[in-house]
Design a protein around this ligand. Sequence first.
Ligand SMILES: Cc1cc2nc3c(=O)[nH]c(=O)nc-3n(C[C@H](O)[C@H](O)[C@H](O)COP(=O)(O)OP(=O)(O)OC[C@H]3O[C@@H](n4cnc5c(N)ncnc54)[C@H](O)[C@@H]3O)c2cc1C
Length: 488
Amino acid sequence: MKITADVGIIAAGPAGLCAAVSAAEAGASVVVFEKANNVGGTANMGMGPFGVESRIQKAAFSNLTKEAAYRKFMDYVHWHTDARLVREYFWKSGDTIDWLEDMGVKFVGALKMFPDSEATWHVVQPEDGSRPGPRAATTMNKVVYKRALELGVKFFLETPAYRILKEDGKVCGILARNAEGEEVELRCKAVVVATGGFCGNLEMIKEYTGYEYGKNIFQHTDHNIIGDGIRMVWEIGGAKGRMSIEATGGRASVGDGDMEAAILSIAFAQANLTVNKQGFRVCDESIMQNSSVAANIIDEQPDKKVFNLLDESIIKRYRRSGMPFSSSVIGAGNIDDFDVRFTKLAELYPEHFFAADSLEELADKAGVDKKNLLETVEEYNDACDINYDDVFGKDRRYLLPYKGKRFYAAIGRIGGYGTLGGIKVNWKQEVVDENSEPIPGLWGAGSDINEIYDGTYMFYLPGNTMGFAVNTGRIAGERAAEYALNLD
Ligand SMILES: Cc1cc2nc3c(=O)[nH]c(=O)nc-3n(C[C@H](O)[C@H](O)[C@H](O)COP(=O)(O)OP(=O)(O)OC[C@H]3O[C@@H](n4cnc5c(N)ncnc54)[C@H](O)[C@@H]3O)c2cc1C
């Protein structure tokens, strides 16, 4: 099948969807190829994008300005990224939230991810009216998809693109193959690539980030997202961008028991004692509320793992007066019958969770150095007695001693939401070659081009990768349309 359009878009994750709408709004005819049988990509699992100076924030009297947020972001990443590209993203981000609202997306508000973060996370209100949780952003993707269809965008689902066509130095089309095995050849003037990175390609993860899936990283994987766009761009002379994992600290997946593990894990994420396998304390545990910082802390430890510890006296106290932190995804954890439920979980997943009647037994079960653990707990209990943590200076509110008769441990590992980077672009999101020269007609968007974090995902301004995807998608669509409509 041979077809034509002004702009061709590879993939319909949030970046591709927003590119499709903005290009069509600019007057271009648009074709989108999507590998999966639905749209939305990994954003279907998430809750919402970043934005600053949105209408929602202004109505809530937020005093966070785009200049202040930008400065905070750039200082956080040591200015080790394209400052102009980040500027374009931040300056657009509030307006993009308004743009999504005008399309029909409803947000519950601009929320924080944890106490020290800013309220930039525009969490989507699910269409069924339920409390937003994992998958809330599916509703946003559906609304953007509907808007694209209304604008006349043509979608080919289950039709992965496999080659970008280039003639006389200019990009001029896309080859894709549909579910029936038929080749679809699109001839177009501009192409936007937004295939979401390489989270499902374990070889690429090992080669380009050094992590080994299942050994020292347990992040989200998706069999559709295997670096296709990155490979297609490299094949036609695009330069390699900096590649990394969007790492967060958390639990390794335990399959069927995930939800119960996630609920009970909230009790383990309350800034209590955390040690490495040598039994030494690893940080001021309250800092681990920021899960990308937690990933870095875990990364520094032997075998890249830590052990969060609890005992029955702490659980008793939480039941009486509540836990200091709730999960921004799941809410307040239900810890009724904790001992029974956690003991069952520990029996089901003996490599992840441990319950014991003494600290010695807990150390043996979990594989933590017993002598050091006992010394660490003694030192920590002393700190709790005098209400001062001379090792890490943790806030007094979180100093709870281990005085119970039943002890619990949960292993913390490095997980994450996916991968970042691979395709090198300039600040206009034009894909560039090894000489930093733009390849005419080719734009990148979303996680394929996201190298803005200098190695640590910026959780203090939450919603940042989906925010990057929707904004860079929208910008790429506008620029690709302008180029295509003005090409002789
Ligand atoms: C559990 C989870 C929760 C998350 N929550 C949040 C959150 O609340 N806020 C936030 O900021 N970020 C969140 N993220 C991250 C966010 O979802 C991603 O940053 C975002 O979806 C990236 O958008 P994208 O369009 O670049 O890629 P993706 O959403 O990954 O989409 C890529 C698309 O490319 C398609 N594709 C791949 N290869 C081809 C091909 N050859 N041809 C055609 N199509 C192809 C795929 O099928 C997919 O649809 C979360 C991620 C996960 C896993």
